[in-house]
Design a protein around this ligand. Structure first.
Ligand SMILES: *[C@@H]1O[C@H](CO)[C@@H](O)[C@H](O)[C@H]1NC(C)=O
Ligand SMILES: *[C@@H]1O[C@H](CO)[C@@H](O)[C@H](O)[C@H]1NC(C)=O
Ligand SMILES: *[C@@H]1O[C@H](CO)[C@@H](O)[C@H](O)[C@H]1NC(C)=O
Length: 544
């Protein structure tokens, strides 16, 4: 599969797809195998003990110091505890192979693993089973939300993170802060059922996030400002807050963003673009091939988002946003309709297109569409070249649009994990969108399916190709990570399957959402700007 994708890329078929979004190649410049061959620093040789109690902090820092300039830092299988957070700064041509499980063992805030000022970097597990277990529930049960984030990259360029699992972070799971040319894929992220436990937050340039599953109750995969050339695809929000963009405030600078093949189940929204006041712009956005079931909101553009305090300014200017091929059902379309495009009266949005959009309600038999100061085509958008503000308009419909039915994922989570009991470490799924196959096979599967380590030729711009030269790396996995600027193949068309009847569990969980969303219950009719259900508390700001 890997070879085939590379071949397609080589033929030049794929670049057409990603070209508009990514501005160049993504991923590490040197293979992990090459790095391992240059030098391997096994943490066990630096004082680490896989006994789930010895602090991994200092051994990890020592191993990094020895291997940061061309090498592979290796955390073998086993259970480790970390109580001194690792700040790994200034690496070049290095990789971090974590085949073990690292347990949080301190309540200190900050970032458990913080990687900064690095270039040509790769973090992965060759077994696809390496994980951080954040044990956030220990803090959350005591209503403590100040614990550390699990993983944060700051000013890292030409990198990838893949085949890795993040569980139960006390705070955010993965943040990409001012990074460039990165690829994040084949990951499972599973957090508590509470706000403030974001899955992936990206404010960076030229980043491809794909084939990721997130379970939590806040951001699934979210773009913050500033960001440019971000491609997010094949994302499974398996009981989450849902994907979003924002929250945006002053000097917002976000452009060339694509979300494609996004499956959202039992989340707050399928896509929420949120701001309240502020300035700057969000432009050139494509939100394509979304399937949703059991979500509160679906398309939710809210420039008066009540969960954030208003920021000074006329509003963030949204333009050239296309919403295309959305199918499925929302939880209760009379309470929260599937189309909500509320733009700032001080900065009406324009060139908004909603097409091939068919969603219907699971509860009751009406749903609404609502727009404010929004121009473009589709639903309640006003089609005019004159873009002056206008008040909220709401259209209620009582018949289902044709073609709304859409496939479900077989393994949709049927109950939340809550935030007070231990959350088990999941395995990384092998599909993240109905009918779609991930771009790269899991490393674990690649290893077991090949009898010997074989080198794959480097093709095109892909450089992160494993070769059979390093014992540590190759022993565990012979197949390469596919990494290149190109999105290899067209998304698999999703044939509409039988409409999924909301399960008993689905109903129960809708009830729960209803409760959590009491504030939102006043509904749309009560005022110009719908209060947001406080499912997820507003996240911390991007900046530290
Ligand atoms: C927006 O960010 C880009 C870099 O991505 C920068 O070149 C541009 O100057 C910024 N624009 C504004 C108005 O800040
Ligand atoms: C609108 O955004 C799309 C990406 O979604 C981009 O391809 C296109 O060039 C943009 N149009 C303009 C006029 O900038
Ligand atoms: C969705 O989440 C539930 C609970 O974690 C899990 O049992 C199920 O396997 C997940 N689905 C997939 C495809 O991983």
């Amino acid at each position: 599969m890997v070879a085939k994708l590379s071949f397609l890329s080589f033929l030049g078929l794929a670049p057409l797809f990603a070209a508009a979004q990514l501005s160049g190649s993504v991923g590490p410049l040197t293979s992990a195998a090459t790095k391992a061959a240059t030098k391997t620093c096994n943490v066990l040789d630096y004082g680490a003990v896989a006994d789930k109690s010895t602090d991994l902090g200092a051994p990890l820092a020592s191993a990094f110091a020895e291997c940061k300039s061309g090498g592979l830092v290796y955390v073998p299988e086993g259970d480790y505890a970390i109580s001194t957070w690792a700040r790994l700064s200034g690496g070049e041509a290095w990789a971090l192979q974590i085949d073990g499980i690292i347990y949080r063992d301190s309540d200190t805030g900050g970032n458990m693993i913080y990687i900064e000022h690095s270039t040509d970097f790769e973090l992965f597990s060759s077994t696809s089973a390496g994980a951080f277990q954040g044990l956030g529930y220990e803090l959350h049960a005591e209503d403590n939300w100040e614990g550390p984030r699990l993983l944060r990259l700051y000013e890292v360029t030409d990198f990838s993170i893949h085949d890795f699992i993040l569980v139960d972070s006390p705070s955010f799971h993965l943040s990409l802060d001012t990074c460039a040319n990165g690829e994040v894929y084949n990951m499972a992220i599973r957090g508590g059922d509470h706000g403030g436990l974001d899955g992936i937050d990206v404010w960076s340039t030229n980043i491809w996030v794909h084939d990721v599953e997130v379970t939590n109750k806040d951001e699934c995969v979210t773009v913050k400002s500033p960001a440019k050339n971000i491609l997010v695809e094949s994302i499974y929000c398996n009981w989450s807050g849902g994907c979003g963009m924002g929250s945006f405030g002053s000097d917002t600078n976000v452009s060339d963003i694509v979300y494609r093949d996004i499956y959202t189940w039992s989340s707050n929204n399928m896509m929420l673009i949120k701001s309240n006041g502020g300035s700057g712009f969000v432009e050139n956005v494509l939100l394509e091939n979304f399937i949703g079931h059991g979500n509160a909101y679906s398309l939710d553009i809210d420039s008066y988002w009540s969960s954030m305090s208003a920021v000074e300014g006329d509003g963030v200017q949204l333009s050239n946003i296309t919403i295309k091929n959305w199918k499925g059902t929302e939880a209760d379309g009379a309470e929260r309709g599937p189309v909500k495009v509320l733009c700032a009266d001080g900065a009406p949005c324009y060139d908004i297109t909603i097409e091939d959009f068919a969603m219907w309600t699971e509860e009751g038999d009406t749903q609404w569409y609502s727009c404010e100061s929004a121009y473009g085509t589709g639903f309640c958008l006003e089609d005019s070249s004159n873009t002056v503000s206008y008040a909220v308009t709401t259209t209620t419909v009582s018949s289902a649009p044709s073609g709304y039915s859409a496939a479900s994922m077989a393994d949709d989570l049927t109950a939340a994990f809550g935030s007070t009991v231990s959350i088990p470490i999941p395995t990384i799924p092998t599909s993240f969108y109905p009918g779609a196959t991930p771009y790269s096979a899991l490393m674990a599967d690649s290893a077991s399916s090949s009898t010997s380590a074989k080198a794959h030729p480097a093709v095109g711009t892909s450089s992160s190709v494993a070769t059979a030269s390093a014992s540590v790396y190759v022993a565990a996995a012979s197949a390469p990570a596919v990494t290149s600027a190109v999105a290899p193949v067209a998304p698999v068309a999703v044939s509409s399957a039988a409409e999924s009847a909301p399960s008993a569990a689905g109903q129960a969980q809708k009830g729960q959402q209803g409760q959590q969303g009491q504030k939102g219950q006043q509904g749309f009719s009560s005022g110009a700007h719908t209060p947001e259900p406080p499912f997820g508390s507003e996240e911390e700001d991007c900046q530290e």
